[in-house]
Design a protein around this ligand. Structure first.
Ligand code: SAH
Ligand code: SF4
Ligand code: F3S
Length: 477
């Protein structure tokens, strides 16, 4: 979910918990052009990467073109994440580097966008002297004006959170694109208030984007050769858009169907599903359309009902397991992945064991795994005590990672001998004689190129080998 190769990164990168903040790191590389240049780096969830494409589009309108070389940039932007302390530390380290660039090229502007801008607001300008612009996730339309302010020597700040902004009319400038897969934001914000989570504070209230603008964006992408779209929201199951003209309401299952009908050759994915909200209607819609991928990211966070209650997740262990059973019943081929937090406030060893057992029962194909990091201002920080020692948090995280590695290995081994339809995304990381692509279950498959095949095409691949991270196969004639 957070990387272009989630099966791999979900496990390998997170083994080293010191690198937690980097799990979400991916640098943007962009095509070149003339005039003034901006450079943008994004951290955090897919939502942030998607937002960077909106930012790029807004800046392009006023004559900025993207550069991949920070040294050439007139404007350096960093789209930030606040989800864990490590994520913020990573950003601050990058700001030190940008400071050096700025001292070599006076006049370069540095802007902080996204969740850290929203969380810290003007404090960021005091703490980080080099920063010229602080722009929250709902204020990107104001960027051109804020850049002008900063060019005149003042600091530019706008951290206003909106109840309406969805950037529905902005056509994102696809950054670092493989030309095959793209994200589409379908909603913004979150109303859930999980006690550990900073997102409701950094992203504001939940709001859904005009369904027709979503379908138009998917249609446009398909026309331009894209073959897969991922519908993004913090809780896609609560998508709900009311047509102001007719009063008709579109829910997530209906939206999914609308996007699936754009073209049978356009795959549809979505993220993230919330266990309390995912409906059988969504599962049946997935079953009806071959092009809706059989993969659900359904973060459990903890397998213990008392901890889930403290987390304010609003479901318990039994509810979660019932949803998992419904998925496997309605969609027998579906893969499920998860997010897990270890060492949440007051978690005991026994309660930690419940997380391990739910992982087995749900049979996750992969997971993103973290130890709890207290975030200032969240309900947990205000009302609960962060009392599990760092040593215990890390040990439990290692247990979870070890188990997930075993589950992923077993899950992947079970695919040996099967044939999957794979959408080719490009060359494999290892060799330009191999392609990589994913199957419906979101598993990365690497296979030797055969003449005539190109990225963006579907191909049937038979799996010959499997590690815990990747499937290896051959094209079936
Ligand atoms: N909306 C998504 C989650 C977005 S944040 C959902 O509800 O599932 C991505 C993941 O980061 C979360 O699922 C959680 O596992 C993790 N996370 C969030 N806050 C955290 C914290 N304070 N400490 C550790 N991990 C956290
Ligand atoms: Fe955070 Fe919970 Fe909202 Fe996810 S659903 S973004 S974890 S508050
Ligand atoms: Fe991070 Fe903000 Fe996403 S806190 S995970 S970038 S919504």
């Amino acid at each position: 979910m957070y990387d272009d190769n989630p099966t791999l990164s979900g496990i390998r990168k997170e083994i080293d918990e010191e690198k937690q903040g980097e799990v979400f790191f991916r640098e943007q590389t962009l095509p070149e052009d003339g005039g003034r240049h901006f450079y943008i780096e994004s951290y955090g969830c897919q939502m942030n990467f998607s937002d960077s494409e909106i930012v790029a589009s807004i800046l392009a309108e006023v004559g900025f073109s993207p550069t991949r070389e920070v040294e050439r940039a007139d404007l350096i932007l960093i789209n930030t994440c606040s989800i864990r302390e490590k994520a913020e530390e990573t950003v601050r380290k990058r700001l030190r580097i940008f400071d050096q660039v700025k001292s070599r090229r006076p006049g370069t502007l540095v802007g902080v966008l996204g969740c850290m801008a929203e969380r810290l607001k003007a404090k960021l300008l005091e703490e980080e002297k080099l920063v010229d612009l602080v722009v929250g996730p709902d204020a990107y339309r104001d960027l051109p004006a804020l850049v002008s302010t900063a060019e005149e020597g003042d600091k530019g700040i706008n951290v206003f959170l909106s109840r309406e902004e969805t950037y529905a009319d902005i056509s994102p400038l696809r950054l670092d694109s493989n030309g095959v897969t793209a994200f589409i934001s379908i909603m913004r914000g979150c109303d859930n208030m999980c006690s550990f989570c900073v997102v409701p504070f950094t992203r504001g209230r939940e709001r859904s984007r005009n369904a027709f603008s979503i379908v138009a964006e998917a249609t446009d992408l398909h026309r331009n050769g894209y073959r897969e779209v991922t519908l993004l929201g913090q809780n896609v199951d609560s998508y709900k858009w009311e047509n102001p003209e007719t009063g008709a309401v579109v829910n997530f299952a209906e939206l999914l169907e609308m996007v699936a009908q754009v073209d049978p050759g356009l795959r549809v994915r979505f993220s993230t599903s919330h266990p309390k909200d995912i409906t059988d209607e969504v599962l049946h819609t997935m079953a009806r359309h071959d092009n809706i991928c059989k993969y659900i990211h359904l973060p459990v966070q903890s397998g213990n009902s008392r901890i889930l209650e403290l987390m304010n997740r609003t479901y318990d262990r039994e509810w979660y397991l019932e949803r998992v059973r419904a998925i496997y019943r309605i969609l027998p081929e579906c893969a499920i992945s998860s997010d897990i937090i270890t060492g949440f406030c007051s978690e005991t060893e026994d309660e930690h064991q419940d997380t391990l057992s739910i992982m087995e029962l749900a049979n996750y194909s992969m997971s993103y795994m973290f130890y709890y990091s207290e975030r200032p201002g969240t309900p947990a920080a205000r009302k609960l005590t962060d009392d599990v020692s760092m040593e215990a948090k890390k040990r439990r995280l290692q247990d979870v990672i070890r188990l997930q590695n075993q589950l992923s290995f077993r899950h992947n081994q079970a695919d040996i001998g099967k044939t999957f339809e794979v959408l080719i995304e490009g060359d494999s990381k290892r060799s330009d004689e191999e392609f990589k692509g994913r199957n419906s279950q979101n598993k990365m498959i690497v296979f030797p190129k055969t003449p005539g095949l190109k990225p963006g095409e579907y191909v049937r691949v038979r799996v010959l080998e499997a590690t815990s991270a990747t499937l290896l196969g051959v094209v079936e004639k």
